[in-house]
Design a binder for this molecule. Structure first.
Ligand SMILES: [Zn+2]
Length: 542
């Protein structure tokens, strides 16, 4: 029987999107056979054998039998029959078996079945492929410019795509309204010819697709390289039309930054690394989207001793971790049975020392993570909160009792971080800003060195809390202001204090920093209201 090939460029499974985007095609002569094996198509149906025979791009001599793990284990005879059929009747003997989810196989089979008998490409198909080309172009541009998100604004008569690079909105590309809508539809994997679902409804949608794009060498010397991109499109209705953001994730990117390249303050870096040496407990990283949490985690995992097994559950996988003894599993929350909770339960049985969960998105996940951290695993995860102490309030909101959070062996540390655009050292402008003895701001027109933006790269500003008995006492009493006071009394420096230092060094612009870090200016903590002046407006007192 064919060997199981674990799979297409490293991902754990071949899914419908990968199939579509990478130019695979269904092997039509076996359509009827595959349809017959689908039985009722129900996952629970004993007789169902989900199986599709597909041909990888650029060959006609190799076939892949796509099936579920369950069918491969229990219905091996049926799969063997297909294999025999392929070699005896169709002279394809290079056959491998790859696993997929029943939903994906079902979709591929039914696409093939609906195309049966249709000779010419329909008009809708052609519009769709033009839209895909436009989408590919815009995503390529995003990759080349280092864009993390593309924001689409669709107005009554026109549209534009705005690129967010290094946290700042920089270039804007004008688009036709229809063109933008069809690009959005392609990102949402919508094939309806009039894209009504994109324009007419206010329904929100989040769709993740994979694309294989050709990335030109920025210096122009090398040949373009094909790269797999995960595109996450999120759409909601607005007054004028759909408001859409596409996040561009370069999944095959190796973590390029080591922990020392992150620009983290040295004391935080060493406390963070030391936290990973513990056998159990939890390391929590907090910060908003785009604050560089995944980059920090990827660099952190690389510092951990090779002998310890790390299992990572990620949605999406943003970096390939190169260290040995690491298993990275993509999680598909939208697919039943492939969510964080399913993978987490499974992961606990696979004897890891460290489990990383890209984000704790539900009460149920939080509960298992805390329990596992207390019973023999080192857990690493992230939360969207404003600061490190906010991580504790968030867990309490998620239903964890303050008493549990105060357990001695629970928290290794909580980190909060931000990425703030760094001033271009060649064109920054010295400007006195109240509250600072030395400060620079961004030059309005920039210079050649920074491409006219006034900024160059980003600076990481972080804060880290480790807990002593007194901290735990305050947590148990759910008194987080007392916790903060205790930390400050003991010389702890939070993000605001560290950002102020960077401002004094002329590394960041105070007016930019205040958008990312709260309590940066003294007056934010002590508001002085102007005295009230009563105006005689001519009215007689009642
Ligand atoms: Zn400059």
């Amino acid at each position: 029987m064919a060997t199981v090939k674990e799979v297409i460029s490293g991902a754990a499974q071949l899914n419908y999107n990968t199939f579509k985007d990478n130019g695979y095609r269904f092997f039509k002569p076996l359509l009827d056979v595959c349809m017959a094996y689908e039985g009722s198509g129900d996952q629970e149906d004993e007789d169902t054998v989900f199986v599709a025979v597909i041909i990888p791009p650029g060959t006609d001599k190799t076939a892949l039998i796509m099936t579920t793990r369950r069918a491969h284990d229990r219905k091996s005879l049926e799969i063997q029959n297909i294999e025999t059929l392929l070699s005896s009747k169709h002279s394809i003997s290079d056959v491998s078996v790859i696993y997929s989810h029943p939903k994906d196989i079902h979709a591929i089979l039914h696409d093939a079945n609906s195309k049966k008998g249709k000779g010419e490409k329909s008009e809708a198909d052609e519009t769709h492929s033009a839209a895909l080309q436009d989408l590919e172009n815009i995503v390529t541009e995003a990759v080349v410019t280092g864009t993390s998100d593309i924001h689409f604004y669709v107005y009554e008569d026109r549209a534009e795509a705005v690129f967010r690079i290094d946290g700042l909105f920089s270039q804007s590309t004008p688009l036709g309204r229809e063109q933008a809508i069809s690009i959005i539809a392609a990102g949402l994997n919508t094939k309806s010819p009039d894209y009504r679902s994109v324009t007419d409804d206010n329904e929100m949608a989040d769709v993740s697709i994979y694309m294989n794009i050709e990335v030109p060498d920025p210096k122009g010397g090398q040949k373009p390289k094909r790269e797999k991109i995960n595109l996450r499109t999120s759409k909601s209705g607005s007054l004028e039309g759909p408001h859409t953001v596409m996040r561009v994730i370069r999944t095959s990117q190796e973590a390029k930054k080591t922990i020392s390249d992150l620009g983290m303050d040295g004391d935080i870096r060493s406390m963070l690394i030391r936290s990973t040496e513990a056998p159990t407990g939890i390391i929590l990283l907090t910060g908003p989207t785009g604050s560089g949490k995944s980059t920090t985690l990827a660099a952190l995992y690389e510092t951990i001793d090779d002998e310890r097994k790390i299992l990572l559950l990620e949605d999406p996988v943003e970096y390939r971790i190169k260290r040995k003894n690491t298993v990275q599993k993509p999680v598909f929350p939208e697919i039943k049975g492939q969510g964080f909770i399913d993978h987490l339960k499974n992961a606990l049985r696979q004897d890891p020392d460290i489990i990383g969960i890209s984000e704790m998105r539900s009460k149920e996940v939080v509960e298992i993570v805390i329990k596992s951290a207390l019973t023999g695993h080192l857990m690493v995860s992230t939360l969207h909160t404003n600061d490190a102490i906010g991580g504790i309030s968030r867990l309490i909101d998620e239903g964890v009792s303050p008493k549990v959070l105060a357990e001695r062996n629970l928290f290794r540390c909580i980190v909060a971080q931000r990425l703030i655009p760094a001033l271009c050292p060649k064109c920054r402008v010295k400007k006195s800003v109240e509250g600072f003895t030395n400060s620079y701001v961004r030059s309005e027109h920039g210079c050649k060195h920074c491409g006219g933006t006034g900024t160059k790269g980003r600076v990481l500003i972080a804060e880290l809390i480790m807990f002593d008995d007194k901290c735990r006492e305050h947590i148990a009493n759910h008194d987080l202001s007392a916790l903060e006071k205790h930390l400050l009394d003991n010389g702890w420096k939070g993000m605001a204090a560290r950002a102020r230092m960077r401002i004094e060094q002329g590394v960041i612009d105070p007016y930019e920093a205040v958008k990312h870090v709260t309590n940066l200016f003294a007056e934010e903590t002590a508001v002085k209201y102007p005295s009230v002046e009563f105006v005689n407006n001519g009215l007689e007192p009642a």
